[in-house]
Design a protein around this ligand. Sequence first.
Ligand SMILES: [Fe+2]
Length: 202
Amino acid sequence: MSREFLKMVNDADEKTLMMSLRDCHANAVDSIVVKNNNGILTRAFIAWGPHKLWMNKPEIKDYTVGIHDHKYPLSLRLLKGSVRNMVYEETYCGDRFSEFEFKSIITNKELVDVYELVRRDVHLGIKKAEDLKHDKWLHMTSNELHTIWASPGPAAWLVQEGMREKRTSRLFQTEKTLDFKDLYQPFSSREEIIQVVESFFS
Ligand SMILES: [Fe+2]
């Protein structure tokens, strides 16, 4: 599967590949975009050794990537390491989170994402946890609330987005403010991305 992904990276056109980002949603987790079909993306998240996604679970509650839903359904597949899809639901006895709503708006002809705090008190508990597999897609609806848990050390998974169904998405965090400082850094070139991905999977 990782060989298949390396081929997708090499086959991707430059414009698509340059949508990739370092530290996407969390430190040491890069997003590598390999297909863009009218805004519907196929990408992998590659989590480097120092990532903290292993803290994304109710026992630790240090959500480096908060619990969230999506504007589209999606399918997930394992590329490397151990990765678990953690699905949550609102439940009276769950842990307390703040809810932020994200929407894409157009300002000065530029598409930007804005967000606002909509609820301070939301109680969420785990509904199910499922390990990703190399040979089988795991499908999610756009309304399912999830985060990803990954074992300490390198881990990676492939994400196939579906057609957009909503204008907004939701993020639930234990904090009342969000801090994206130092996240979402672009790569400098197509060659850099290919080299980074090859070194990750070698
Ligand atoms: Fe997600």
